[in-house]
Design a protein around this ligand. Structure first.
Ligand SMILES: O=C(O)CCC(=O)C(=O)O
Ligand SMILES: [Fe+2]
Length: 295
């Protein structure tokens, strides 16, 4: 008798904070019922790993389309051999993401989720970590939560040599599907708290961006070739350990996001330095030009 395409999914949680490994599903044969099941699991665990899927590029792209429109990376080069929508990252050419980040938050509509296919990886090293930004918000003290809910932050693409690409997002966003608050600043792209002076912003951002990376908010995954991974980019950050030798090749498709909404709208105004321009005004220049763009 022919084997059924899908068997009941087995879900194994990987840490107390987030992440689950799913077996028993064949993602190459995804139909709407399976996709609904996976969407539910993703909302529950924020990052999912599916070992032994070994999807072709066409199957990978087809899977992505079940979750929304796909987008190219705005700044990173595209591999000419890969089909549209597939972004291939080869570690020997640099670009390992060894700074904690949520993807492309310098855009007004950062990606909703990414689906990553591990093509080749070293036998040891090159693990990826994710952190749970719901939990990070939840575990701030109540006065700090209250302050953060009043604030917005400027993000830029400086790591991609494009400091002029900027977007402002709430420091605490609401997840559009769960309705829960998310602490939404990251070390890689978040440059400045809009309503605070430069030194105040620096102090708070340093604290918050390190806070979200505490081990108790994270999961760490050791890869095998053929594993497919998807993460909800609206409530997580990730980080790759740059501790390996040899090739590490991933392919990714990225699902377009939408506007980032605040958990509570900020009533504060952008910081304005009192008095005339001075040498210290340079710390506010980027903020000024974000709100007063030169054509
Ligand atoms: O290589 C990885 O594990 C993830 C790389 C990354 O930051 C990304 O694809 O957004
Ligand atoms: Fe990333």
């Amino acid at each position: 008798m022919a084997q059924p395409l899908q068997t009941p999914a087995k879900v194994r949680r990987l840490s107390a904070a987030l992440g689950a490994e799913i077996t028993g599903l064949n993602l190459a044969q995804a139909d709407s019922k399976l996709v609904d099941q996976v969407k539910g699991l993703l909302l529950e665990h924020q990052v999912l790993f599916f070992p032994d899927q070994k999807l072709s590029q066409a199957e990978h792209v087809a899977l992505g389309h079940h979750f929304g429109d796909l987008e190219d990376h705005p700044n990173l080069g595209k591999d000419d051999d890969a089909p549209p929508s597939i972004f291939r990252l080869t570690a020997s050419q640099g670009g390992i993401a060894d700074e904690w980040h949520t993807d492309i938050t310098f855009q007004t509509q950062p990606a909703k989720m990414s689906i990553l296919n591990m093509i080749q990886c070293p036998s040891i090293g090159g693990d990826t970590m994710w952190s749970n930004l719901y939990l990070a918000y939840e575990q701030l003290s109540s006065p700090l939560q209250m302050l953060c809910r009043q604030l917005t932050a400027l993000h830029d693409a400086h790591p991609h040599n494009h400091p002029e690409q900027t977007a402002v997002h709430p420091v605490v966003r609401v997840h559009p599907e769960t309705g829960h608050p998310v602490l939404y600043v990251n070390e890689h792209f978040t440059r400045r708290i809009v309503e605070l002076s430069a030194p105040e912003s620096e102090m708070l951002l340093r604290y918050l961006t390190q806070f979200v990376t505490q081990p108790r908010f994270t999961v760490r995954y050791q890869w095998q070739p053929g594993t497919l991974c998807m993460w909800d980019n609206r409530c997580t950050q990730h980080f790759v350990l740059n501790d390996f030798v040899g090739e590490r090749i991933i392919e990714r498709v990225t699902v377009m996001g939408d506007e980032v909404d605040a958990f509570e709208p900020s009533l504060e105004q952008p910081y304005a330095r009192p008095g005339p321009l001075s040498a210290a005004s340079r710390h506010d220049r980027q903020l000024f030009f974000h709100f007063n763009p030169r054509d």
